[in-house]
Each structure stands twice: as C-alpha cells, then as structure tokens.
Design a protein around this ligand. Structure first.
Ligand code: DGY
Length: 426
C-alpha cells in the first residue's frame, strides 16, 4: 500500500516536471515564473536525473551557456518573450546575447553536479558532461570571491535580496531602511496576478528591489563596482554555506576527474569560508545570523538562512546546536522548517520568506543533518515535507502552522525535491 502511494506521488511529481519542461530548460511554474531560474534549475536537475540523466545534465548546461564573460551566472535567463513576469529584459537591460538578469543566485551548481555524477548510472556520459562543466563552475566560484568579497574576508555578500533567493526575509528589513526609493520608474507588478498578494512581498519592498536594480544598471552592470556601490551588502550564512558546500563538492569531483588545479582552488575557498563563518554564530539564537557588511554588525533575526549552514562542513557542536534549535521550533510548528523563528513577532506564516516552509531548503538542511549523524531530526524534516505534498500538493511554499499551500502552484523544484525525498527514503 505504502509503496503504491509513493509510486503515485512520484508519478505526479514527474508530471509537474514534464509540464514545465521547455526542452533544454525547465521553468519554475507557469505564469508567475516563465523563464529559467538559476538555483531552481540546478536543484530540478536532481529530480530529472531519476528518469532521464542526459536531460538532467542539459538543464545545468543550458544555464551555464549564459554565464557572463566575468564568470557570473545570472539568476534569470529570459529564453523567450513573455510579459507575464516583471521585471523583464526591458528593465534589466544587461546587453547580453540572450537577455538575462544582472544579479546572481545561490551557487548550488557545484553540489548538484557532484550529486548527478556520484549517482549516475551512465558514468561515461557523466564524466564527459561533468568535465565540461567543471571550469565554468570554478569560474563562477572565483567570480564570487573576487567580486563579492573584495577585501578577502572569506565570505561573500549579496547585494540584492533576490540573490539570496529569500526575497523578503526579515533579515533584510533593517538594511532596507537604507535603500532609497526616489527615482524608481513607474512599474506594474505581475506576480500579484498569479499569486495572492498577501503571500508575496510588499510594495515597499518591490520599490527597493527596483531601486537597487536601477542603481546597478546605471553602473553598467560592472561587477567590479557593484559591491562597494551597493547600500545593501549582506553576508548571509545560508548563501555562504551553499557556496562553501559547492566549492568542497567541486573540489572532490575535480580530484576524481584529475583536474587538480580546480580541486586545489575550491578546497581553499571552502576551508577559508568555514573558518570565517564562525564570526556569524549566535549562542543566544543557537544558529548563525546575517552580517550587515555596511555597518559591520550581526542582524538580530533568526531565519532559516542561519540554519542552512548544516549543509556545509561546519563544526560538529554547531550542527548539534542547530539540530536542537530545529527541535525547539518543531515544538511550535506543525510542519518544519519554517523560514523564520515563530517566537519573532515579525514572523508571518503566509508571506513568502517570512515564515513559510520551502521544500528546497528542507532538502539541504536534511541532507546536512543526515550526513552528520542527526538522522532523527533529518527524518522529521523529510516526513514534514512528504506530508505537506500529500495534504497540499506541489505548491511553491506552505504555511508551517496549517500546511496551507501558498504562492505559485505546480511548482517544479518542489516536485523535484519530492522525488529526491521519496527515492532516497526507500
Ligand atoms: C521574483 O520575481 O519573485 C523572484 O523571486 C526574483 O527572482
């Protein structure tokens, strides 16, 4: 019985992936996100690989075909014209052969490519495809540390909330006070046509997203200038942990494939990053916090960004403390892991990254916890994730208190993660 239900859920997840498949890339969901998104695609490849390995490699290759000459991999590739999304290419104006946005996203590619390679049934195909991607991912990692860690501190900053993927996290509220709104060109949002406005970022936040975009555009999208010119520079522990994990995974993969220079450079990035991460630890919260680089202070905001570092090789006592924090949270939320601590008065169960549960984040947290021996907490997270799907379908995110599906529907990366959870549970 159970395995029948599991097979049926996997079949339904595959249907979602196929529906959103555009041949050589997958869109996150129809209407709300009609182009290729960077970290969505890399995580989606893991789900694709369960039924079509070659197609999974293509997903990541398509993204990297649009890497910038300086090494950046943009957060959106606008493969087609589609006015159901704002801001489109006419706003970004990045002047690329195929239009792209001008900012980046969490660097999951190194992790995803290693996982695809390790699990590949067709090892010859995997070695060929991975070998071609290695120098590109390495160039992206180099770009990060050169452009977003200009003083060599070992941790990179995001300069726009969209880069973290956690668009409207409470983490950015204070820093956003510093981002002006004067001169923002008139605009019409499209996201609120496809999703309930109460589940989405506010107008005040959109004004600031756009001010930053216009500011960077006025600087000609020159990455050598953007970091220091941005009034928003946040060192996000989750974002850094993903980059550190990807650097370590890329180093392992490069070693296996005999690319020793790439291995060495990425090993050094990961080691330096892990040491620097200590600066972000908070005993009071039992997790890491963001650092506001402009003022040099930790941000007092306990979000899932500070729990995500279990995805990287942080010290064992830190992992144990975070596992305990998740257990404490699980005492208050029906579904874990909420994107913000429920004890914070700013927590909002329905609004995007201010409280809801996201399955991609669950996947990375559970992966890290399981690898370090915290199997019970990891299983609890997996169970929550699978329960949410059974009760509420393949939503973009979920209310941690009621399980209500929120945001966009028939969501690609949610479906991909479900396949991952269910296949690895067996
Ligand atoms: C959006 O438009 O909501 C996206 O998260 C930006 O990447």
């Amino acid at each position: 019985m159970i395995s029948l239900a599991v097979n049926e859920t996997i079949a339904r997840a595959v249907e979602v992936l196929r529906e959103n498949d555009h041949g050589d890339y997958t869109i996150p969901t129809k209407g709300l996100y009609p182009f290729q998104w960077n970290w969505d695609s890399c995580l989606t490849a893991l789900g694709l690989a369960h039924y079509d390995e070659a197609r999974a490699w293509t997903e990541i290759e398509t993204l990297f075909a649009h890497q910038w000459p300086d090494g950046m991999v943009p957060h959106i590739v606008f493969h087609v014209l589609n006015d159901s999304y704002f801001p489109g290419p006419e706003v970004w104006r990045t002047n690329r052969p195929t239009a792209t946005s001008g900012i980046t996203q969490p660097a999951v590619a190194g992790f995803a490519v290693r996982r695809l390679f390790d699990r590949a049934k067709d090892k010859k195909l995997a070695a060929e495809r991975a070998r071609a991607l290695l120098p590109k991912i390495d160039a992206w990692h180099r770009w990060f540390y050169e452009n977003r860690d200009p003083r060599g501190e070992g941790l990179v900053a995001i300069i726009h909330p969209w880069e973290s993927g956690r668009d409207n996290s409470i983490d950015w509220d204070d820093a956003f006070e510093r981002v002006p709104t004067e001169g923002v060109e008139p605009y019409t949002r499209r996201d609120t046509l496809h999703a309930d406005p109460a589940h989405r970022p506010t107008k005040a936040q959109y004004d600031r997203y756009l001010w930053l975009l216009q500011h960077f555009r006025a600087l000609g999208w020159d990455n050598a200038k953007l970091h220091d010119a941005s009034p928003f520079q946040i060192v996000d522990p989750g974002f850094n942990a993903i980059l550190i994990r990807s650097a370590a995974d890329l180093a392992d993969l490069a070693e296996t494939l005999g690319e020793m220079e790439i291995a060495k450079a990425n090993r050094a990035r990961a080691e330096k990053g892990l040491l620097a991460m200590e600066r972000l630890w908070s005993d009071a919260h039992g997790q890491y916090l963001c650092l506001d680089r402009v003022i040099g202070k930790l941000v007092d905001s306990a979000s899932v960004g500070g729990i995500l570092p279990v995805f990287s090789a942080i010290p064992k006592p830190r992992i144990a403390a975070i596992a305990a924090t998740i257990e404490r949270i699980a005492g208050k939320a029906r579904y874990i892991v909420p994107s913000h601590d429920l004890d914070d008065p700013r927590f909002d169960a329905k609004r995007y990254w201010r409280g809801p549960v996201w399955l991609v984040v669950n996947y990375m947290i559970a992966d890290g916890l399981a690898a370090s021996g915290h199997t019970q907490v990891a299983q609890r997270i997996t169970r929550s994730s699978v329960d949410l799907i059974a009760e509420s379908g393949f939503a973009e995110y979920y209310d941690p208190l009621s399980g209500e599906p929120l945001g966009g529907g028939r969501f690609t990366w949610t479906a991909a993660m479900v396949i991952e959870f269910l296949k690895s549970e067996r």
